[in-house]
Design a protein around this ligand. Structure first.
Ligand SMILES: O=P(O)(O)OC[C@H]1O[C@](O)(CO)[C@@H](O)[C@@H]1O
Length: 468
């Protein structure tokens, strides 16, 4: 498992100067980035020591907790049919990404003898029709709800919790508390005192790990373990990548330095958009997870000195090959403002042969005798070629296969790249002040005491304009 054959690779050919890509970078250009990357590495190591990088610092600790998480997950196995996550943002995207990556795509639809684990649902929105439909569909006696909220106060998650608690009380009577598990901060938030008072099973999100960096804490580890995912191997992959990033120095050997060096240089050249495009359906939700990580961490008004800088790179979620047929036209011919990251998988799983039929015209007959995997790989290569011809910078993260060990590496690589970017941009990559105004506005409109003035301000914003 620890050999290089199970380690991801980064192919950065697509950013380098070449016959078809004269505007690419030279080896010297890349090496010129090294001093600032090495300085970032030193600064990050320093921050890590003082509690500023707990997503990495606490990985060993998380490994220590894996047994307890697994035991609890196993205790649910025969008791329930459904495990429902209530959460949003960093409390929901990681669990979905890992589930889709490591369990069969149609996991919930598998017969129970094959699934051998509860179905997983993640309610990461408050759209009433979806919410009501799911609650009506589930047998609540056979369901556990995992309320995940780092702050313990997010309105969406708390509203979901209140509805579910009420429904569980009606359906299960005094036993209702056995159907709620909370994952939250160990001392803050509104959920914690309720959980203590009502006796829910509780898992802790470490204080120093923000939501979008929290997949490898109980936030993600519990839902994964409930669905039979090998969380020990997931953490082992993460730790292996963590070690590699911390212990190697220089852009040609340190994967986070290479990733961040490319991203930062591309951004400085005006690539204001970062397209993240896995070529595997199982990694589709990784693009959603990445989008939050990149957007919330790097989209900032102020730098660390409090000066207005308004930085960031807009993440775009895409899926190969599906979005070749919806977005590649723009990517090839539209504005040259994008950096592309493909995620390729060397072994995608079972080969699905395409039948031959000699009676067909040549323009379709050529497909016969190949496999779907070959077609997908050819399309990825062809898209890469087309983007190269169009002079669009791109890189590929190549996973040997989508397994727990490689996925753990990928999560950590992207988290570290983000931390490096924060350092290079001189911004705080671990806060999200820009979401607060909208939250306060919601409190005001929903009648929370103390927000009356804000409500008046919103309601007094003037006439709306409509056309029918
Ligand atoms: O886990 P919590 O505290 O409920 O927050 C959910 C999400 O909301 C945010 O705070 C943004 O509003 C994210 O950073 C976070 O992942």
């Amino acid at each position: 498992m620890l050999g290089t054959e199970n380690f991801l690779k980064i192919d950065y050919t697509g950013v380098m100067k070449g016959e078809h890509h004269p505007q690419g970078w030279t080896e010297e250009d890349l090496l010129a980035l090294e001093p600032s990357l090495n300085a970032a590495q030193d600064a990050l190591e320093q921050r890590r020591k003082t509690g500023g990088l707990d997503f990495s610092f606490l990985l060993e600790d998380m490994r220590g907790q894996a047994g307890k998480i697994r035991d609890f997950a196993d205790s649910l196995r025969d008791r329930i049919d459904n495990f429902v996550v209530l959460g949003i943002g960093g409390s929901a995207l990681g669990p979905q990404a890992v589930q889709l990556a490591l369990n069969p795509y149609y996991f919930n639809e598998l017969p129970v003898e094959e699934r051998r684990r509860p179905r997983l649902y993640v309610l990461d929105n408050i759209d009433p029709s979806r919410f009501a439909h799911l609650l009506d569909m589930l047998d609540l006696h056979k369901t556990v709800f995992n309320v995940i909220t780092k702050s313990g106060s997010t309105s969406e998650t708390m509203a979901q919790f209140l509805i579910v608690r009420e429904r569980l009380r009606q359906a299960c009577g005094a036993d209702y508390a056995n159907h709620i598990v909370v994952t939250t901060d160990h001392e803050k938030g509104n959920l914690l005192p309720i959980a203590r008072r009502e006796g829910y099973v509780r898992f802790v999100i470490p204080a120093g790990v923000g939501g979008r960096f929290s997949e490898l804490t109980p936030v993600g580890l519990l839902p994964a373990a409930v669905c039979g995912i090998d969380i020990g191997t997931l953490l082992a992959g993460a730790l292996a990548m963590d070690q590699k990033i911390r212990e190697s120095r220089g852009i040609t050997v340190n994967p986070a330095q290479l990733m961040a060096g490319i991203s930062h240089a591309a951004w400085r050249e005006g690539k204001n958009v970062s397209v993240f495009m896995p070529y595997a359906d199982s990694l589709k939700m990784m693009a959603d997870w990445y989008a939050q990580l990149w957007a919330e961490s790097l989209g900032k008004r102020l730098n660390r000195e409090g000066q207005e800088v308004r930085l960031g790179q807009t993440p775009v979620k895409a899926l190969g090959v599906t979005d070749q047929h919806s977005q590649v036209q723009l990517y090839a011919e539209g504005p040259d403002d994008k950096m592309f990251t493909f995620v390729s998988v060397a072994h995608l799983g079972p080969e699905v042969p395409i039948p031959t039929d000699e009676s067909l015209p040549e323009s379709v007959r050529f497909l016969g005798g190949h496999t779907l995997g070959e077609l997908l790989a050819a399309e990825e290569r062809a898209t890469e070629y087309a983007l190269t011809l169009a002079g669009r910078p791109h890189r590929r993260i190549i996973l040997p296969e989508v397994n727990a060990y490689c996925l753990g590496q990928l999560l950590l690589l992207l988290e570290w790249e983000t931390a490096y970017m924060g350092e290079l941009l001189n911004i705080n990559a671990f806060d999200q002040p820009g979401v607060e105004e909208g939250k306060r506005g919601t409190y005001a409109l929903m009648g929370r005491p103390g927000f009356e003035e804000k409500r008046r301000a919103i309601e007094g914003m003037g006439e709306r304009r409509f056309i029918v």
